[in-house]
Design a protein around this ligand. Structure first.
Ligand code: DLL
Length: 431
């Protein structure tokens, strides 16, 4: 274990530790931060009301909308001079969300991943190919520093260039890879086309897979055909980034309770559920300095388990994420809100009111096709005008979504109209 004191702490003691941390956090934010002070006042709660861990339920929730409304920096709780990094992810419209980190925030994030990767069975003997995006997305840099902290050798491969990824993996004898499950499928297919036999030609033993939903049957398929062990990793940019991995027993990601406090809510009634029940995940980051996030509604559907794990750890574990309670799509590992697509389309003068978003899985890859009706006055029977318009729309979508979408232009009146609630997303992928 990386930190046996935390990782084997009895559950009752964990709760006491979390209560003390929560109390301190609430005191600090109420006293020194205008945003949180105003929010607590509006909810009629003050630090004096927090006298047990359960009293967290008196605090108001936070939502992605808060990040959007306060973009970029109104929710930061550290001085600019203390902020050492930003990451960004998709917001629900054209605006992204921005998360700030102090030096200590980066340290705790790295610490969380050091524990996680150790739980997943990685050691300083491993070479980890990090095939998550480096840059504004948290996957690459998060895994990178976590793996370096445990002394593993890191190959910062980033995304794309699949043949080269496979050659590097083979040449350097990489023992582990961190990537999205859809990218692992793509690697598997490309390897086959290149005549590579995983079990014979590769030294890979483990894959650290997350950033999008995946299933037990995908796990079985990878493990069987590649002869590796697949580990689920969970995290969100609002928490810091990837943070929590399964251990080798593969019973769901272990949560580090000194770093994050978990609640599960009934999505219909809002009632806080007991461990073992499935509902909406709500997280409180107990140690973050630049952006703590108290009772943040993640929108992911899961449960948590507080029974000690067979690996000996006592920390709570999440069950596999089975969906989201909002409409966010994750396409090729990238978060996409339908509202972002609408926002982008509606700023293009030639585009009419109707559009459809189609997401399919073809072979290994997610495919995003946006059908767009254009205005009568923009419609032309000159092929080159239509090709140019399509290219303009595709370029705008790429710029705002950070993902390639294919656009199909439709004549006015061609797309379906809706009597009631419009259904503009057709996602046929099965998770
Ligand atoms: O996806 C952080 C990450 C990077 C996690 C690398 C794991 C590995 P966001 O871009 O903010 O952050 O997306 C967070 O992705 O709310 C879930 O809906 C989904 N997600 C992340 N991990 C998993 C997982 C990163 N293991 C959103 N299973 C979350 C299912 C996941 N969904």
């Amino acid at each position: 274990m990386w930190d046996p004191r935390i990782e084997t702490m009895p559950y009752e003691q964990i709760k006491q530790m979390q209560y003390k941390q929560l109390k301190k956090l609430v005191n600090n934010l109420y006293s020194f931060n205008q945003f949180y002070h105003d929010r607590m006042r509006a909810a009629n709660v003050s630090p004096l009301d927090i006298n047990s861990l359960e009293d967290i339920q008196k605090l108001p929730f936070m939502y992605k909308q808060d990040l959007r409304d306060n973009y970029p920096d109104k929710m930061f709780t550290a001085d600019k001079s203390e902020i050492v990094r930003y990451h960004m992810s998709s917001g629900t419209s054209g605006k992204p969300t921005c998360v700030a980190y102090t030096r200590n925030d980066l340290d705790y994030w790295t610490e969380a991943l050091a524990r996680s990767l150790t739980a997943a069975g990685l050691t300083s003997d491993d070479t980890l190919q990090v095939a998550y995006g480096y840059g504004l997305f948290t996957g690459g840099l998060g895994l990178h520093y976590g793996a370096e902290r445990i002394g593993a050798t890191v190959l910062p491969a980033g995304t794309g260039n699949t043949q080269r990824q496979l050659e590097m993996m083979q040449d350097l004898g990489c023992t582990a890879i961190a990537c999205t499950p859809s990218y692992l499928t793509h690697l598997m297919t490309t390897a086959k086309q290149m005549g590579i036999d995983w079990k014979r030609d590769m030294n890979l033993k483990k894959a650290i897979l997350g950033a999008e939903p995946w299933t037990e049957s995908m796990r079985a398929k990878f493990e069987e055909s590649m002869g590796i062990k697949c580990i689920d990793i969970y995290g969100t940019s609002e928490q810091a980034g990837p943070m929590f991995c399964e251990c080798e027993a593969q019973h769901g990601p272990h949560i580090w309770p000194d770093i994050m406090l978990v609640e599960i809510l009934d999505p219909k009634t809002g009632e806080v559920l007991e461990p073992g029940n499935k509902g909406e995940l709500v997280c409180t980051m107990l140690k973050k300095e630049a952006m703590p996030m108290i009772r943040y509604k993640m929108k992911d559907i899961t449960s948590y388990n507080v029974e000690p794990c067979e690996c000996g750890r006592t920390t709570p574990r999440l069950s596999r994420i089975t969906g989201r309670s909002d409409d966010m799509l994750i396409i090729r590992g990238i978060n996409v809100f339908p509202s972002q697509i609408e926002y982008t389309l509606m700023r293009i003068p030639q585009v009419g009111d109707q559009y459809m978003i189609n997401v399919t899985r073809e072979g290994d890859l997610d495919r995003l096709v946006v059908q767009v009706e254009i205005k009568p006055e923009a419609f032309s029977d000159k092929m080159e005008d239509m090709i140019a318009l399509r290219a303009t729309i595709e370029a705008s979508l790429k710029r705002y979504l950070n993902i390639a979408a294919e656009v199909e232009l439709k004549a006015p009146g061609e797309l379906p109209r809706f009597d009631g609630k419009a259904k503009r997303v057709n996602d046929t992928r099965v998770f």
